[in-house]
Structures are given as structure tokens and as C-alpha cells.
Design a protein around this ligand. Structure first.
Ligand code: ADP
Ligand code: MG
Length: 387
């Protein structure tokens, strides 16, 4: 990991060298969308793109933060952090020591300088990459031992989720933080959001002559604007009506019976997406074990249709990127992340990936949409200390 940008930024802000440098990856979710807060299954990989944090402790309980692309250096007292304070991008940073303190960990002030290769607001989880990089730095510098094993990383992920939910005010589930802290290079992570378990699943595309092409539609999504929270609320209402703790308790054979007990079409469609989506994660894991990539691709296509028609979180850009990919040789394609804009993934024979990127760009130009950015990704490593 290139740590020079963050290190130089730190030097500019503090006049000293950092005590260390940490980084954490963004993610794409292969399948299992809007399942995390319903106790369901998801299957993310960590991206090669990472957020880097150069850090050093302070003994005055203050947090001082700078991030590339944001002009202001922000300084605030840790004791002042709480729901509603601070606002803006620093909430994702300040929320992490706040949540660790809430969990009983003794953490103090920090100087933090941040750079990132994860595009912001592209559905590739720059928010979790930021929280997890900051969390990794805090955990190491304050000797919390939370990076040492999966149990510690699970605890740290929970603190990062609280930071995002309660300080940043985005009601996301736990998928992104688990991916950033618990993924393994060369593997996808089968995440069970009911029991919190995470199982690495080998995921090596180059061996298969395949490429996973990410397309950032650059149609910015906003999870804080209420749509995400609205979907989550309907799912939680449905679980109450059905008398289950989460929608995970509804299995595929129970689905029709459950749907008949729901009051309206909106609840029925949201529940149908969530229940069938967890089944599709199981389908993809089974297909990966058999190296049956055609089956994987088919599940991607069904997932996108369900997110478009039943969960209603796609956009014209996401649909166009997926349709173009399918028309130009992709085995499968779908939106990834929360939706309402953001990114898609396409599983495509390696030799056709460049052409596909051009075709998507052309389709967007024809539709007078902002130019998208496509790039291949591989399953990469989790949050770690780099220097
Ligand atoms: P996503 O996680 O898909 O990129 P979100 O809306 O969840 O999109 O998070 C994006 C927000 O996270 C940004 O608007 C900003 O507030 C914050 N953020 C992410 N990365 C950084 C960074 N490197 N520096 C400052 N803020 C960041
Ligand atoms: Mg996010």
C-alpha cells in the first residue's frame, strides 16, 4: 500500500512523522443486497482500492483530522462527540472513537491524515473504508488488540457500524464494515448477519479467465436522504407483522404463506426481495464450489431484477449498465451496494472486459448520462497496518 500521501499530509498538519499508517478497503458485494439488516446472507469481496490513515496519539483528548479533497482541518474534543455532533464527513471519523468508548474501550485523542482511492458515494463503501481505517489505527495505537483475530475484528466492525448509524446518521446494516475488516485476499466472504459468522469462500477469477468489472455510474447515491431508511423500516414492519425477529426466519418454502399475511403490495414486494435474495446467495456459493460461473451469472441477473422490480432501489444508470453488460457477453451483471445510484458489477470473459467498458461508456453517452468509470477488481485483503 502506498502510504506516502497520507504520511506527507500528516507531516504538513502536525510537523511530525506519524506513529504508523493503516489502511482499509472498500468493497463490492457479489450478491446479497439489503439482506444485512434483515439477518440474511451477503457475499462481499474487499477491493484493491483502500483508504489510508496516517495517525498519532494526542494526550489532550482532542481529535484533529485532515482528508485529501476536503479543505478544512477539523479539530474537536472527543468528549463533545455524540449523536448529531459533529456533522458532515468528520462524523464518520469521530464516531469510531466514540463507539469504542461506548463499548468500554479506553481510547484517547488522535491526529489523523487521510487519503483514499475508494470513490466517495459510489456504492463501493468509502464510508466503511474510512471508519475501518480509523478503527484499525485506534485499535493498534491504544493497544486494544482488536486486529489480532476475527473475534476482535468483529468487535471493531460493530463499533464502526455504530459510528455510521448513530453519529453519521446513516442506517446501514453491517455488511460494509464486516467486508472491510474480515475479508481475505483471494476470497469472498460469506457473511451470515443472523449469527455474525463469516466464512471465506475461494474466489479466483483470473484462474477462470474471467474479470469482475466494476462500473461506477457516477450518479451519486445518498444513503442519508431517507430512502434507505424507508426500505429498512418497511422490512422491520413486515417482520413485526409476521411475528419474527428478522425476515431471515422466512425461508423460501414459507414465502407464499408469509406474503399472504402482509397488508399491501409494498410490504409483499420488499419481503419477496429479501427472502429470495438470501436464497440467491446460497445459490451462488453452491455454484462457486462447482466452478459453475454461468450459474453465478444467472443469479446476478435475478438479483438485479429483484432489486429493480421488487425492492425498487435501482436507477436508470444502474439498469443501463447492467443491460449493456448482458448484451455484450457478460455472464451476469447487477447493481452492488445500497442502490439509488452507485455502481454495478459484471462478470465477463477477461478478453472482453475492455470492450464492455467501452460499450457501457457509449451507451451512457447515447443516453446523455454522465460518463461512467469502469475498472476490473480482484478479491483483496482486509484492514491492516501498512507502516
Ligand atoms: P459510499 O460508502 O458508498 O462511498 P456513503 O454515502 O455511505 O457512500 O459515504 C460517503 C461519505 O463518507 C462521504 O460523503 C464523506 O462524508 C465520507 N467519506 C468517505 N470517504 C472519505 C474520505 N476519504 N475523506 C472524508 N470523508 C469521507
Ligand atoms: Mg457507505
Amino acid at each position: 500500500m502506498d502510504t506516502t500521501g497520507a504520511t506527507e499530509r500528516y507531516l504538513q498538519m502536525t510537523g511530525r512523522s506519524p506513529e504508523g499508517v493503516w489502511s482499509a478497503p472498500g468493497r463490492v458485494n457479489l450478491i446479497g443486497e439489503h439482506t444485512d439488516y434483515n439477518g440474511g446472507l451477503a457475499l462481499p469481496i474487499a477491493l484493491p482500492q483502500r483508504t489510508v490513515v496516517a495517525a498519532g496519539r494526542r494526550d489532550d483528548g482532542m481529535l484533529r483530522v485532515t482528508s485529501a479533497g476536503f479543505r478544512r482541518v477539523v479539530k474537536l474534543a472527543l468528549d463533545d462527540v455524540g449523536p448529531g455532533t459533529p456533522t458532515g464527513w468528520t462524523s464518520y471519523v469521530a464516531g469510531v472513537p466514540w463507539a469504542l468508548r461506548q463499548a468500554g474501550y479506553d481510547v484517547g485523542g488522535m491526529d489523523l491524515a487521510i487519503t483514499s482511492q475508494v470513490p466517495l458515494g459510489a456504492g463501493l463503501s468509502s464510508s466503511a473504508a474510512l471508519e475501518c481505517a480509523v478503527g484499525a489505527a485506534l485499535a493498534d495505537l491504544y493497544g486494544l488488540g482488536l486486529l489480532d483475530d476475527d473475534a476482535g475484528r468483529t468487535t471493531l466492525a460493530a463499533a464502526c457500524v455504530r459510528a455510521e448509524n448513530e453519529i453519521a446518521g446513516a442506517s446501514t446494516g453491517g455488511l460494509d464494515q464486516a467486508a472491510s475488516l474480515r475479508c481475505r485476499a483471494g476470497h469472498a466472504l460469506l457473511l451470515d448477519c443472523r449469527d455474525g459468522s463469516a466464512t471465506p469462500v475461494p474466489f479466483d477469477l483470473t484462474e477462470q479467465g474471467l474479470t469482475l468489472l466494476v462500473t461506477d455510474t457516477r450518479a451519486p447515491h445518498s444513503l442519508v436522504d431517507g430512502q434507505y431508511a424507508a426500505r429498512r423500516r418497511v422490512c422491520e414492519e413486515a417482520a413485526v407483522i409476521l411475528g419474527v425477529p428478522t425476515l431471515r426466519e422466512i425461508s423460501l418454502p414459507d414465502l407464499d404463506g408469509a406474503l399472504s399475511r402482509l397488508p399491501d403490495d409494498e410490504h409483499r414486494r420488499r419481503v419477496r426481495h429479501v427472502v429470495t435474495e438470501t436464497a440467491r446467495v446460497e445459490e451462488v456459493v453452491a455454484a462457486l464450489e462447482l466452478d459453475d460461473w454461468v450459474r453465478v451469472g444467472k443469479a446476478f441477473v435475478l438479483s438485479h431484477a429483484s432489486l429493480r422490480d421488487d425492492f425498487e432501489v435501482t436507477s436508470a444508470e444502474l439498469d443501463l449498465a447492467v443491460d449493456t453488460a448482458l448484451a455484450h457477453g457478460a455472464l451476469g451483471a447487477r447493481m452492488t451496494g445500497g442502490g439509488f445510484g452507485g455502481s454495478t458489477i459484471a462478470l465477463v470473459p477477461a478478453e472482453r472486459a475492455d470492450d464492455l467498458a467501452s460499450e457501457i461508456e457509449r451507451a451512457f453517452a447515447d443516453a446523455r448520462m454522465r460518463a461512467p468509470v469502469s475498472f476490473p477488481v480482484t478479491a483483496s485483503g482486509p484492514a491492516a497496518r501498512d507502516a
